[in-house]
Design a protein around this ligand. Structure first.
Ligand SMILES: Cc1cc2nc3c(=O)[nH]c(=O)nc-3n(C[C@H](O)[C@H](O)[C@H](O)COP(=O)(O)OP(=O)(O)OC[C@H]3O[C@@H](n4cnc5c(N)ncnc54)[C@H](O)[C@@H]3O)c2cc1C
Length: 167
C-alpha cells in the first residue's frame, strides 16, 4: 500500500487481484490484465506511473462486495480503514514492492551447494524450480520441502524417511 508515512509499508496481498480487484491509473482507467504474472503486472504499473508522472496507481476492491472483503481480507479491510480508506467503497493507492528474492546460492535437489558440507535452504538458495518468477505462496516449497530434503541428506536418513512415509 502506498503511503508517505515513514517505516514499513503494509502488504496488500496479490490474492485480492485473484478475487477480482482491478488496477486503475490516475484517470481511473484499467491499464493491465491483473491476473498476468507478478513481474508483468509490476512492469505495467511502473510504466503507467512513469507515463503519468505519479508515484502510485489505484486498486479497486469495491466490486468484490463487502461480504467477500470482510470474509477473505479482514486484516486488509481493517488496516486500510485505519489509513483512512474504506475499501468497500473506495480505491486505495498501491505501488509494487519487493517481498521475495529469486536467485541466491545454487543448490541441487537435496539443497546441497557446490561446497562440501554446505547446504542452503529457503530464500537464500536457488534450486531452479521456479524459473524467473515465483508463484504465490511457493516459498513454502523452499522452506519446507527443501529443508526436509537437506535434513534427510545431512542425517543420512533419506531412505528411512521415504520408507516411513510410504508406510
Ligand atoms: C510481506 C511479505 C509477505 C510474504 N507473503 C508470502 C506468502 O503469502 N506466501 C509465501 O509463500 N511467501 C511469502 N513471502 C515470502 C516468504 O516469507 C519468504 O520467502 C520466506 O519467509 C523465506 O524463508 P527463509 O527461512 O528462507 O528466510 P527468512 O524467513 O528471511 O529467514 C532468514 C532468517 O535468518 C536470519 N539471519 C539473517 N542474517 C543472519 C545472520 N548473519 N546470522 C544469523 N541469522 C541471520 C534472519 O533474522 C531471519 O530470521 C512473503 C514475504 C514478505 C516480506
Amino acid at each position: 500500500m502506498y503511503s508517505k508515512k515513514p517505516g514499513r509499508r503494509f502488504l496488500i496481498s496479490e490474492s485480492v487481484r485473484g478475487e477480482g480487484a482491478v488496477l486503475l491509473n490516475s484517470k481511473k482507467e484499467r491499464f493491465v490484465n491483473e491476473l498476468l504474472p507478478r513481474d508483468v503486472v509490476t512492469k505495467a504499473i511502473r510504466e503507467e506511473m512513469e507515463k503519468e508522472g505519479t508515484d502510485h496507481v489505484w486498486l479497486s476492491m469495491e466490486k468484490l462486495g463487502k461480504e467477500t472483503i470482510m470474509g477473505h481480507f479482514p486484516n486488509i479491510y481493517q488496516h486500510c480503514l485505519e489509513e483512512g480508506y474504506d475499501v468497500t467503497k473506495e480505491c486505495i493507492p498501491v505501488v509494487p514492492a519487493q517481498h521475495y528474492f529469486m536467485g541466491g546460492v545454487w543448490v541441487d535437489s537435496d539443497s546441497k551447494t557446490s561446497m562440501e558440507h554446505l547446504y542452503a535452504v529457503g530464500e537464500t538458495s536457488c534450486n531452479g524450480v521456479h524459473g524467473a518468477n515465483r508463484l504465490a505462496s511457493n516459498s513454502l516449497l523452499e522452506s519446507l520441502v527443501f529443508a526436509k530434503r537437506a535434513a534427510n541428506k545431512i542425517s543420512g536418513t533419506e531412505n528411512e524417511v521415504k520408507v516411513r512415509e510410504l508406510a
